[in-house]
Design a protein around this ligand. Sequence first.
Ligand SMILES: C[S@@+](CC[C@H](N)C(=O)[O-])C[C@H]1O[C@@H](n2cnc3c(N)ncnc32)[C@H](O)[C@@H]1O
Length: 285
Amino acid sequence: MPDLRHYSTLYIVPMYQIDTSTTRGRRGDGVGQRGSDMSGGQLYDAIGATYTSTRRTEPRIAARVWAALGDARTVLNVGAGTGSYEPADRDVVAVEPSVLMRAQRPAGAAPCVAAVAESLPFEDQSFDAATAFSTVHHWQDPIAGLREMRRVARHVVVFTFDASDTGWCRRFWLTRDYLPEVADLLTGRPSLTEQARAIGARIEPVLIPWDCADGFFEAYWRRPEAYLDENVRRGVSVWARVGPDAEQRAVRSLRNDLVSGQWAERNRDLAGLDAAELGLRLLIA
Ligand SMILES: C[S@@+](CC[C@H](N)C(=O)[O-])C[C@H]1O[C@@H](n2cnc3c(N)ncnc32)[C@H](O)[C@@H]1O
């Protein structure tokens, strides 16, 4: 575990020192760029203001991550956001580039360093383990970031999704029937297999419970009305990244299909499922 006093003036930013009045997000326009053109940190400075209203720890998925961490005592959480996936019984250091996300970390949360995955300001093998939850798809260079995690920690656990599977966009009704633009966001990104190979990881599937507590993109697969809620959409970067035209078209179309019964008819196989396989994965190295 590194001595964090070294970072006290340069990197660690206590909540009370951050003025969020200038960064408080409006939809995707906080820095005058389309969501798809911004770095991951800039994007969250623009859209992250309401993050904690729908994004929180999903205990069943967190338990999978904690189990994969084994007996690691010191843990680096990369792309930590507001700290939803930080085990309370271990020594955690967080890394998060967005000032707005850092400002929303609760009092008493693990110390947080302002940095990006691709250039972690730590010595080799400083931590027992490094984790990253729902963030790799935002990194400008995912392979470099994963290698950095491997460099600074003996053990790596990453929660991400399998977009290399050609069926991924077709498997989830939201992308298949309403928001095919999501496929464009993935162009040129390294496949899950390439990511796993970069750090010598094995891949494990993670099913999403029907009542998933963390409102990430796929969370409401059996609760379609949730996607009509602006607040739910604002907690998920995909909607900012596809842009307002695609978002409004998708929401209109979904609303019509819910009213007409088309959605229920097309997705009747989901009604009896308690958990769904939608391509979410753990990489464990
Ligand atoms: C969907 S949020 C996930 C936050 C948190 N891990 C969670 O599960 O609630 C993605 C986070 O990744 C951060 N991020 C974006 N680009 C990054 C990078 N290059 N390195 C590290 N974190 C990054 C964003 O600022 C944002 O806080």
